[in-house]
Design a protein around this ligand. Structure first.
Ligand code: ZN
Length: 427
């Protein structure tokens, strides 16, 4: 391929994805704004007009800000690639670091500088989202001090974990011959699995407090449910999610024997014991239907394909030149190839993302159906409605927007399916 062909294909994909994103976002905004002043009939008795309007305003505020973030992201992406950002950074670091400290130090410095510059560029947007939008709608519970402490801790842990794994991948790229992409993939998968075990036990506790669930009657109820479903977990924990945000959640983490159930304190405060049980039954449904394993297997297949593609691209001169980088002749180009690949593939991946969203929505329906069998369907419906209201999720999303982005079906569809499951089934 010619370098100019790649430049053209990349630019065309970027423009097309921006156009599509803009079209979808404006559809969503128009749809939500049009339905702002009437609660949908199905929710007329359960949701007040004020709550409905708050959800609409929150959705609109996030969508408007999303457009700005999207435009800025595109400018940054062009800056790094076609406008020569990576090329200049690469040149500067090669001169400053490679001669004195060697190839590995230079490549790690390139990745680290890229990450730091990217983090600094994103910072104003994160600040605005947390301290303006989330604050305005009463979700943010963080003061500056906690935010900065989080940032420092996050950066430290990121460097502590990120640099060694980056060094390992770069070493594999340079030292293991033509099949390096396979070994790099194997290393990456092992690392990911290891992190799934380490993150809940060792890293999350650095940010939040986890206390064993103390409410004895709820504990007995949850344990009865788990026994009924044939499920073992290492413990039930309550996390102080309210430290940062009023959004409520519950999740499973870990693998195998290290699995644990975590409830946000915000969730326990909002839901009745029956509703907590139903939410947990839904999560158990994901395990029973093997959604977690399926996701893991498909992610590993996709990453194998990605590494194989990178293995081929990194040997093609047009891959670098077409994306605005002059490859080095007297230094390894592995870090540059990695960066370009990580920057550019999401632009193309965006067009297939609806397939994954659709699969995810189907999994949600399956988990809901499982929850109906193991716990109360009406409790689950009540819990969903409460969480929707508390999180200010709109009840009137644009249908096309939903098809494209939503990982969870909209409340109206989920509640309709639950109501249908509750009907006596024909013999
Ligand atoms: Zn789910």
């Amino acid at each position: 391929m010619q370098a100019s062909t790649l430049t053209l294909v990349f630019a065309a994909a970027l423009v097309a994805s921006l156009g599509l994103k803009f079209w979808l976002a404006t559809r969503q905004m128009r749809h939500v704004a049009t339905h702002r002043d009437t609660v949908p009939p199905a929710f007329a008795e359960t949701i007040t007009l004020a709550a409905h309007q708050r959800a609409a305003d929150y959705t609109l505020a996030k969508a408007r800000f999303g457009l700005l973030t999207m435009a800025f992201g595109a400018v940054v992406l062009l800056g790094w690639t076609l406008l020569g950002g990576i090329d200049s950074l690469n040149l500067a670091l090669r001169e400053a670091v490679q001669a004195r400290w060697g190839d590995m130090a230079y490549q790690l410095a390139l990745l680290a500088c890229f990450a730091v510059i990217g983090g600094v560029l994103d910072l104003p947007f994160e600040l605005y989202s947390t301290f303006r939008i989330e604050q305005q709608f009463g979700f943010n519970r963080m003061a500056w001090k906690l935010y900065i402490a989080d940032m420092i801790k996050g950066a430290g842990i990121g460097a502590l974990i990120g640099l060694p794994i980056a060094a390992l991948i770069l070493w594999i790229m340079g030292a293991t011959g033509a099949l390096w992409w396979f070994w790099a993939w194997a290393a990456w998968m092992s690392f990911s699995l290891l992190m799934m075990v380490l993150i809940p036990s060792y890293i999350m506790p650095l940010f939040n407090k986890f206390e064993p669930l103390a409410d004895e009657s709820l504990k007995a109820r949850v344990q009865a449910l788990m026994t009924r479903c044939g499920f073992a977990a290492k413990g039930l924990f309550v996390m102080d999610g309210s430290k940062r945000s009023a959004h409520a959640n519950a999740y499973f983490t870990g693998l195998g024997a290290s699995k644990r159930v975590v409830f946000f304190d915000t969730l326990l405060k909002k839901l009745s014991p029956g509703e907590v049980e139903a939410v947990l039954a839904h999560e158990l449904g994901h395990f029973k239907h093997k959604h977690v394993i399926k996701r893991l297997v498909s992610m590993s297949a996709i990453s194998l394909a990605a590494f194989a593609l990178l293995g081929w691209l990194s040997t093609q001169a047009w891959f670098y030149a077409g994306l605005g980088v002059r490859p080095s002749v007297d230094a390894p180009n592995d870090a540059v190839a990695l960066l370009l690949f990580l920057l550019v593939t999401p632009v193309f991946g965006y067009f297939v993302s609806p397939l994954f969203a659709q699969l995810s929505r189907r999994h949600e329906f399956e988990a809901d159906a499982y929850a109906c069998k193991q716990a109360s369907g009406s409790d689950l419906a009540a819990a969903l409605l409460k969480l929707h209201e508390d999180n200010a999720s709109t009840l009137t999303p644009d249908p096309v927007y939903v098809r494209f982005y939503y990982s969870h079906p909209p409340a109206s569809e989920r509640l309709a399916a639950l109501a249908h499951a509750a009907l006596p089934q024909p013999a």
